[in-house]
Design a protein around this ligand. Structure first.
Ligand SMILES: [Fe+2]
Ligand SMILES: [Fe+2]
Length: 179
């Protein structure tokens, strides 16, 4: 479980780095939508499977999870701001940099604090069962475009890029349907 989530963190940070190195606005938009989709898949899987285990098994778990969920919410708000912005405009990259910083901070917290605590308080079997659930949750999630094929037809047919993406992803991921 720890390996899967740590790999996700690396991938998000790498993709955001690529966004910041990309001059072409439409490719930047597509890469950013890919990051947003990745982050939502990851966050929904964590909140559904990993955080409840922290609440139950880790000392002071509920308080720690409340903090982590607050950070998720900040990240979600930032992604919502980004989805509304023109990828060619001046504010876009500033917001992307903020997202980069928040994601690194949150991932670092989890890797240095939460994961070692889970390792300490869950059995190997419990950890690998959690890993399978996280994997499954990610497979059920809508297809995302591969970073090198940013205009993946399936992804955009399923969800479409841009405005409302965060909410639509969350609905698709949680099986919640809005009007
Ligand atoms: Fe998280
Ligand atoms: Fe995470």
């Amino acid at each position: 479980m720890v390996d899967i989530l740590t790999d996700d963190h690396r991938e998000m940070v790498e993709l955001l780095g690529e966004v910041q190195r990309t001059a072409d606005a439409s490719r930047r938009r597509a890469l950013t939508d890919t990051v947003i989709a990745e982050v939502m898949r990851h966050a929904v899987a964590e909140e559904r499977y990993v955080y409840p285990a922290v609440e139950e098994k880790v000392p002071d778990g509920p308080r720690k999870v409340a903090h982590d969920k607050e950070e998720h919410q900040e990240i979600v708000e930032l992604m919502k701001a980004i989805e509304d912005l023109d990828a060619a405009g001046p504010e876009f990259m500033e917001r992307v940099k903020e997202l980069d910083a928040e994601l690194r901070h949150h991932a670092h917290d989890e890797e240095t604090r939460q994961f070692p605590e889970l390792r300490a308080h869950l059995s190997t079997d419990e950890l690998s069962a959690l890993g399978s659930k996280v994997e499954m949750a990610k497979k059920l999630a809508p297809t995302r475009p591969h970073p090198n094929a940013p205009h993946s037809e399936l992804f955009h047919k399923t969800l479409g890029p841009g405005v409302g993406l965060v909410d639509r992803l969350r609905d698709a991921l949680t099986g919640r349907h809005t009007g």
